[in-house]
Each structure stands twice: as C-alpha cells, then as structure tokens.
Design a protein around this ligand. Structure first.
Ligand SMILES: Nc1ncnc2c1ncn2[C@@H]1O[C@H](COP(=O)(O)OP(=O)(O)OP(=O)(O)O)[C@@H](O)[C@H]1O
Length: 302
C-alpha cells in the first residue's frame, strides 16, 4: 500500500509569553525576568497512514488534535521531527482558511485559487459549491456575519469540490445541523470510494465507528493509542468515563499534573524549526503562493 502521510517523531512547542505586567516590572529590575514558558502541544508523535485510509483522531479538549491537523494541512510547521505528505491536503475546520471580511462568493474564488484551480474550473465548480453550502442570499454577505454552522457549510462545500488528495476535517461536522452532517457524510463516502485519504477529528464516537478505518487517541500531546477503531474507541470511552466520574477537585488536580508534564522540554522550542522538515510531494501549496497573492489583489480591487 502507498504511504500518503508519515509523521516521524513530530513535536510542536509553543512559547507561552509571560504577562505584560511582569515584563514591565523586569524592565525596571523590580522582579527578575522570567523566561517564557515552553508548552509541548504535541510531543514525539509518529505514525504512517496509507492511501485510501480514513483515520479518526480523538482526545479530550486541548489534547493536541487541531495542532496535528494544522501540521497535516501545512498551516503550521513542526518544531521537531519530519512530516512526509504525498499530495495536496485540504483542511476543513470551523473557520479554517476563510477570510472574514470577504463574502462567501469571494471566499469561494480565493480558496479555489489556493487549491490551484484554473479560472474555467472555478467557474464550473462555483454553482455546485453554492448549491451544496445552501446559504441563500448570505453567499454574498461577509463571512464575519455567518454563524459557525454557516462557516462550516461553506468551508466543507469548498474543500470537497476542490478535489484534494487528502482531506483533514477538524470538528467541522459538529457545528452543522444533522441534515447537513448527513449530506457531508454521504459526500465523504464518495470521496473515500475514490481512494482518497481522510483525517477525521470529532467528539462523536458513532460517526467515527461508522466512518473510520483506524483511530488515533491523542492524550495531552502524546499518542496514547493508534489502531483498530473498535479497540481504541473502547479504551478511550473507558478513559473518558473514568475522567468524568472524578470529583471536580480531582479532575483539576489530574489536569494540572498532566499539563505540568507538557511544560517539561524547554530545549526543543529553543531550537525553533531547525530540526524539522516537511517533505511534500505532489501539488505543494508553495506553488500557489504567487497565485494567492495575485487573487487577493484582484479581490480587493487593486
Ligand atoms: N498558538 C498557540 N500558542 C500557545 N498554545 C497553543 C497554541 N495553539 C494551541 N495551543 C495549546 O496547545 C494545546 C493543544 O491545542 P489543540 O487546539 O491542538 O487541542 P485540541 O485537541 O484540538 O482541543 P479541542 O478539542 O478543544 O479543539 C492546548 O493546550 C492549546 O492551548
């Protein structure tokens, strides 16, 4: 089977800045300057995904799922490790890639250009996108006036019609109504049958069970399990039940201890992106940067 995505010892660290007030005090030497904290949102994650697989990603809030999806879609770079991606990924997250100040219609043009579609292709798919998103007159309104469900509809409609090789869906179905979610699942099934690769982040175990081939469980930045969807979802289910049954004070204590561990490795973030690489074969998004700039200038009427 052909490898589509590979993460090798991938980590993502964020600098957590000290408070402005503390910075000010340190300027006047009233308090010794504290070093910025380093938070390991994703820590040493490795996995291989093959062509045609649908991978579910589960985990508690703040466990690192979106950080992984953003690295998969090349929105952010890892701090350490190597990412191999064969093809062009497209991220569908609640607000990913949509420009708030532009109308739905202009966002369609811009995102299609970003995915490398030519003018005639954009003209051909635009009516299908409008029809799928089903936003009525709002399609000509700025996206900042949309509800989260409407954003998700537009984002999903655009991504699915640009025919990406790899689809990364970050909780985008959870905000829409059930009719729209079912419509999306039918479309995703068609996408799956074409042999495309899908990453599916969701808090819905039932959607994962029907839709995914394998499931990955991310826990406080680390990969806890990756394998058969039934086994992983059962283990994750037991864990969430255990967690939910804890008293509020015990929950807080547990979370604090786990988060404390994520602050451990300061050296990695200091290295910046020097020790990381993204190997992207196929249609790299970098090729489209001049097009994106050109498109943005056209849309703003320069
Ligand atoms: N730019 C950033 N700067 C600092 N910390 C960040 C940044 N982005 C994410 N984090 C932190 O990294 C951790 C992982 O965040 P992430 O959004 O990946 O979690 P998640 O599993 O997608 O959560 P949720 O289920 O709530 O969407 C969180 O603790 C978050 O606060």
């Amino acid at each position: 089977m052909k490898v589509k995505v590979e993460f090798k010892h991938v980590s993502k660290a964020f600098q957590i800045h000290t408070k402005q007030f503390e910075k000010l005090l340190s300027l006047f030497s009233l308090r010794r300057r504290k070093e910025n904290k380093v938070f390991m949102a994703v820590n040493d994650v490795s996995f291989t995904v093959y062509e045609g697989e649908t991978i579910g990603i589960v985990g508690l809030n703040g466990s690192g799922k979106s950080t992984i999806s953003n690295m998969l879609s090349q929105v952010i770079k890892p701090t350490e490790g190597e990412i191999y991606i064969d093809g062009q990924p497209s991220l569908i997250a609640i607000s990913a890639g949509l420009n708030n100040n532009l109308s739905g219609m202009d966002n369609i043009k811009l995102k299609c250009m970003m995915h490398g579609l030519k003018d005639d292709e954009i003209e051909r798919v635009t009516p299908d996108i409008i029809d799928f998103a089903d936003l009525g007159d709002y399609i000509n309104q700025p996206v900042k006036n949309y509800s989260s469900g409407m954003r998700s509809r537009l984002g999903f409609a655009i991504s699915i019609h640009t025919d990406p090789d790899i689809l990364v869906i970050d909780e985008a179905l959870s905000v829409g109504d059930s009719t729209f979610a079912n419509k999306c699942l039918i479309k995703l099934d068609e996408f799956k049958k074409k042999g495309k690769t899908i990453f599916f982040i969701s808090h819905s175990s039932s959607q994962m069970k029907t839709f995914c081939d394998r499931v990955m469980w991310i826990n406080y930045g680390e990969m806890k399990e990756f394998g058969s969807k039934v086994e992983v979802l059962n283990k994750y289910g037991r864990y969430t039940r255990w967690f939910n049954e804890l008293a509020e004070s015990e929950k807080k204590k547990y979370k604090k201890e786990m988060l404390q561990k994520q602050y451990a490795n300061r050296e990695i973030a200091k290295k910046g992106n020097e020790n990381s690489s993204i190997i992207s074969v196929g249609k790299g998004i970098g090729l489209f940067i001049p097009l994106i700039l050109f498109g943005a200038l056209m849309l703003f009427g320069y």
